[in-house]
Each structure stands twice: as C-alpha cells, then as structure tokens.
Design a protein around this ligand. Structure first.
Ligand code: NZQ
Ligand code: ZN
Length: 390
C-alpha cells in the first residue's frame, strides 16, 4: 500500500425531507448571501427549489438565483455565475441538481475569488488556493461530485472538456435524499449507475500490490450496485434500493476506495472527449469506452481481471487459462450495462468512427500518455477508440 492522505471533510446529510434544512446547513458553514444554482426544469417541476427557497428564507439568508445548467456544463454559464457572485457579494453557493450543476457551482466558486480566467484552473495554468464554499442538494446518483474534489467543465471555445481537482473544492455539506432521485427518467438512472461503477473500476485496476482493504471495498460497492440496480430500474419508487444506489454513488467517488493505490482514469479522459464532442451522457460514453479499455489492457495483468470476474461477477476461475475467466468478467459487465439500456459501441452512442482523429486532437495526447494502470500513448488511445466502435 502506498502512503496517502485522505481528506473528506464533507458533511453528508442523508434521508427523507433533509432538503428542508438546507438553510440551516448553509448558515452552519458561514453563508449569508447565497447563490442558488440549478439546472433545467426538473428541480423546479418537482417543487424542490421552492422547498429550498423556503428553508433559506426561514434562516434569513439573502438569495440570488442562477438556473439553466446543461448536462456537460458549459463555460458560458460559469462566467455568468462568477460575475453574479462578484456583483452580489455572494459568500456561499448552493447547488441543487446533479453532477453538472455541482461542477458548475464549483467552477463559479473558483472564479469568484480569482482575478484571472477561471479556465486557468482547468488547463493547469493556475492552482487552487481558495474558493467560495459550496453546498449541494443532490438529485441524481451518478457523478459523485457531492463528495469529490473535482469539477468537469466544457469550454465552448473548441469543446474542450476538462477536469480540475483540489481538496478545497470538496463540498462543505451534501444533502442526499433518495426520494429526490425517484423522478429520474430510466435512462438517466442507468447512466448514473454506469458512471459510479466506472469510478470504482478506475481505482480497482491498479499496479499497487497488497491493497486488500480497498480491493474488498471496491468489490463490495460493485456487488451492492449490481444487486440494487435492477430493483430501481424495475421500480423507480423503491426507496430502499434508491437509497443504496445513492450512497454507493457517493462512496464510489469520494476516494475512500482509492486511497493508498495507483489509479487509472484513462477511460474517463477518453470518454470526456466523447461527451465534449457529442454532448452525450457521460455514463453512456463510459459504457462504450470502459469495456474496450478493458479488452485493450487485459494482457497487462490477466490475473487482476480474472480476480474481478470471480469476486464481482461470480465467474468460475479457470486456473489453466485465466484469460478465459478475465474475458467472462468483461462479458458480464457488458451484459449488465446492456440490461440497463446502455449503448455498447460508437454507433449505439451516436458517435462516428471517422471522428476518432478529432477526439485524439482534443485529447491533446501527443507527447504524453493517459492512465496509471497502463499508460496509453496516442496509438493506444486510438486503438481503444477503434475497439469501442465494434
Ligand atoms: O437539468 P435538469 O432538468 O435537472 O435535468 C437533469 C439532466 O438533464 C436530469 N436530472 C437530474 N436530476 C433529476 C433529473 N431529472 C429528473 N429528476 C431528477 N431528480 O438528469 C440529467 C443529467 O444531469 P447531470 O447533472 O448532467 O448528471 P450527472 O450527475 O451524471 O453529471 C454528469 C456530469 O458530471 C461530470 C460528467 O463529466 C458530466 O459532465 N463528472 C463529474 C465528476 C466530479 N465532479 O467528480 C466525476 C465524473 O466522473 C464525471 O466526469
Ligand atoms: Zn465519471
């Protein structure tokens, strides 16, 4: 196990009706002038925004509002939010929505206290030293941004989708009410489940030896998701299954499963080019890329893939030909994502093979590699994209 520092200061408030106390938590973390940030129509339609507004007013907090965050959040609205925060002396951002709204809030928080262009943080030109505090009311179990140190924004000037991360960006609090996820369309529920599984796999495939605790935590979370996912797909109002999926999504990505071990993340970065170019759902893009990445990297450590197949999917170990077991695990993963309604190749996603040079260009892969488990150069990234076309 490698040395590590694990810092996850977010206060998680879990359960029915907890969004009605949002104002109390904003106050607890020093907020008085709040930017309420949200997405399209879902949070207004469900009455969530009204409940949050009421809770903020009850605590005597000033409220400014900025809605309209799109999936794969864009830089344009971030700039608008930064200006609003500066003009209105905002001291706390409350994000009500999914990963896109939360990531947009995190980006606004960075830009509001910075004299330059917020995009500097996403290109590595500037490092994060301060940010406005962010709290969240989560409405979809998926990206894990409610507990993560990251934010992913698409710059419209060339469709660059880039991540930025710092422990300072972890939310102060996150309210997780599983009931709020019951209004999700099945496709979004499935995309979220796919994304959280990918977050665990990105950590599971490692070259670090003797990481039994985190291996077993990864396997446990994946097994719970595999058990609970069909229940929420069959019955969207199943509170207990929604609750398990919601907590799994947070635990999959606050890095409790990734400490003390090298991680990969090539699949995520390859996927970000897909959702950057086509504006597809991130989880759907991962369903296409991840199994292709697995096939490409399988030979690097067949036994780790075989272990995943046995422990997660219950495949039988073939000691003579472990590759057969390893491949059975990948097949099981594909079958599972297909059963949720996920696309499994470029065509099903609406992506085009002839766009691969474009994807490689925005990935800016020349002269560097992607991924920790197996470093992929340009040629290797292209090979993964090609495998994803099949
Ligand atoms: O805009 P509204 O109307 O709210 O609709 C949203 C959106 O269309 C809808 N939705 C959300 N909650 C709902 C709901 N519809 C009905 N009922 C509800 N309760 O769902 C759609 C997708 O929302 P979005 O926020 O985009 O989903 P998700 O949470 O999957 O976030 C995806 C974004 O997060 C990034 C992805 O790249 C993508 O941009 N990621 C962020 C990470 C992080 N910050 O740590 C890590 C991830 O790997 C990921 O890259
Ligand atoms: Zn993800």
């Amino acid at each position: 196990m490698d040395n590590f520092v694990f810092y996850s200061p977010t206060k998680f408030v879990f359960g029915k009706g907890e969004e009605n106390h949002a104002g109390k938590y904003v106050k607890e973390f020093g907020g008085s002038r709040v930017l309420l940030h949200f997405g399209g129509r879902s949070a207004e339609k469900s009455g969530l925004l009204d409940r949050i507004r009421e809770s903020l007013k009850k605590e005597g907090l000033y409220i400014a509002e900025l809605g309209g965050v799109e999936p794969n959040p864009k830089s344009g609205l971030v700039y608008k939010g930064i200006e609003l925060c500066k003009n209105e002396n905002i001291d706390f951002i409350l994000a009500a929505g999914g990963g896109s709204v939360i990531d947009s809030a995190k980006a606004i928080g960075l830009g509001a206290l910075y004299d330059g262009d917020f995009w500097d943080f996403y290109t590595g030109k500037a490092s994060v030293e301060k940010t406005l505090p962010v709290g969240t009311v989560l409405t979809i179990a998926a990206a894990g941004s409610e507990g993560s140190d990251g934010s992913v924004i698409t710059h419209e000037d060339g469709n660059f989708k880039r991540p930025c991360g710092s422990d300072l960006m972890r939310p102060k609090f996150s309210i997780l009410n599983p009931e709020l996820t019951q209004t999700l369309p099945p496709y979004q529920t499935a995309c979220g489940i796919t994304d959280m599984m990918a977050h665990v796999f990105e950590r599971y495939f490692t070259n670090t030896k003797e990481v039994e605790v985190t291996d077993r935590m990864c396997e446990g979370i994946l097994k719970a998701i595999i058990q609970e996912a069909p229940k929420v797909m069959a019955d969207p109002d199943n509170y207990e299954a929604r609750a398990n999926i919601m907590w799994a999504g947070t635990m999959a990505h606050n890095d409790i499963c990734g400490v003390g071990r090298q991680q990969d993340w090539a699949s995520h970065n390859l996927e970000h080019e897909l959702s950057g170019l086509y504006d597809c759902a991130h989880g759907a893009g991962l369903a296409v890329i991840f199994p292709a990445w697995m096939e490409y990297t399988l030979e690097h450590n067949v036994m780790r893939f075989a272990q995943a197949a046995v422990r997660i999917w219950g495949c039988e170990m073939n000691f003579e030909y472990p590759e057969i077991t390893a491949r059975a695990g990948i097949k099981a993963l594909r079958g599972f994502w297909k059963s949720l309604g996920m696309p499994l190749n470029f065509q099903e996603l609406g992506a085009k093979e002839e766009d691969i040079p474009k994807l490689l260009e925005t990935l800016q892969i020349d002269g560097r590699t992607e991924g920790g488990f197996v470093p992929l150069d340009r040629e290797a990234c292209e090979a993964v994209y090609r495998l994803a076309c099949r």
